[in-house]
Design a protein around this ligand. Structure first.
Ligand code: AMP
Ligand code: FES
Ligand code: ZN
Length: 300
């Protein structure tokens, strides 16, 4: 893991991941051991790994699978449901299943077609439906919190997209925890600081069977394009993706860029050159020159 300057064997990796997850759950105040967690599982590596980690950490975590009715020639939905159910059975966990077609009359692709939303792609209708169902089940079945498997690559890509157009209201809401509000359950993303590769490694090392295929409608999506761009950046500068996300959280915690404004207002003239500086006493330039002069005197 170049981004952490860390290399672990399988045995220690399988300890490190849950330890880190526990640390993030506490750091961001996501939930406690007394609370009931509903994990939204898609049958993919992230959400199944998340469920696995929470169960290993001793949390009360049930699963929710939403049958979207997407086939794409690979039986995408039925296969991901099968894998989710297999995981639940193998670990003696409860999986709630909501079938969109059974409950709302039509599968996602038909709902999308009939409503003419999303320019021939069902992703917008799908996202809307998933958010609605997750929230409904969390509320109706009395869960305290809803957890999704979003990883760092997902979060960084969303952040990148929102930043490109300075989408203020979304930027203010994006984060590891979205607090409960009237009619909406608290939402958490315990894996938001793990690279996608790290979750793949975890799922494989744990022998979790997950669906390798992406949703057939994801091809050519903007989010995949942003992920590719961020991966190029990451290759050239390991850790860039994590820094991008973490520094955003930090900036937002400080009231977005208000702290920087305060710093600008707190400038004072340097006693030597009179150019503005935020450093106490001499400005950075004058301090640098002072240092050079001193080392010359000392004959270094
Ligand atoms: P995605 O929107 O496919 O990137 O998935 C993000 C997260 O949403 C996953 O990690 C899951 O936690 C959740 N999720 C996605 N699809 C489903 C589904 N069909 N049923 C339940 N949860 C899902
Ligand atoms: Fe919803 Fe692909 S359109 S998962
Ligand atoms: Zn100066």
């Amino acid at each position: 893991m170049r981004q952490h300057k860390l290399a672990l064997c399988k045995e220690h990796y399988l300890v490190w991941v849950p330890e880190q997850t526990e640390r993030f759950i506490k750091k961001y105040d996501m939930f406690s051991h007394d609370e009931r967690v509903l994990v939204a599982v898609s049958g993919g590596k992230d959400s199944l790994s998340l469920w696995d980690i929470l169960v290993r950490l001793g949390y009360q975590a049930d699963g929710l699978y939403i049958g979207l009715g997407i086939d794409g020639g690979i039986g995408y939905s039925s296969e991901s449901q099968r894998l989710s159910q297999e995981f639940a059975d193998a670990h003696s966990q409860t999986l709630h299943v909501v079938d969109v077609e059974k409950e709302y009359g039509q599968p996602i692709p038909v709902l999308a077609e009939r409503t003419h939303r999303g320019f021939g792609k069902p992703c917008a209708v799908c996202g809307l439906t998933k958010r609605h169902v997750m929230n409904r089940i969390a509320r109706d079945l009395g869960y305290d919190v809803l957890a999704t498997g979003h990883n760092l690559d997902d979060e960084a890509a969303v952040l990148f997209g929102n930043t490109l157009v300075w989408e203020g209201s979304y930027l203010l809401r994006q984060g590891p925890v979205l607090p409960e509000s009237p009619g909406l359950a608290r939402k958490v993303k315990p894996l938001c600081r793990f690279y996608e590769r790290e979750m793949t490694a975890y799922a494989i090392a744990r022998g979790i069977e997950y669906i390798y295929e992406e949703c057939p409608f994801a091809e050519g999506s903007t989010s995949i394009y942003y992920k590719e761009i961020l991966n190029q950046l990451e290759t050239a500068r390991p850790g860039a993706k994590l820094t991008f996300y973490l520094r955003f959280l930090e900036a937002r915690r400080n009231g977005l860029f208000r702290e920087d404004e305060k710093a600008i207002r707190n400038l004072h003239p340097c006693p030597n050159c009179e150019q503005p500086t935020s450093a106490p006493g001499l400005c950075s330039f004058c301090r640098m020159i002072e240092k050079v002069d001193q080392s010359e005197i000392l004959g270094e």
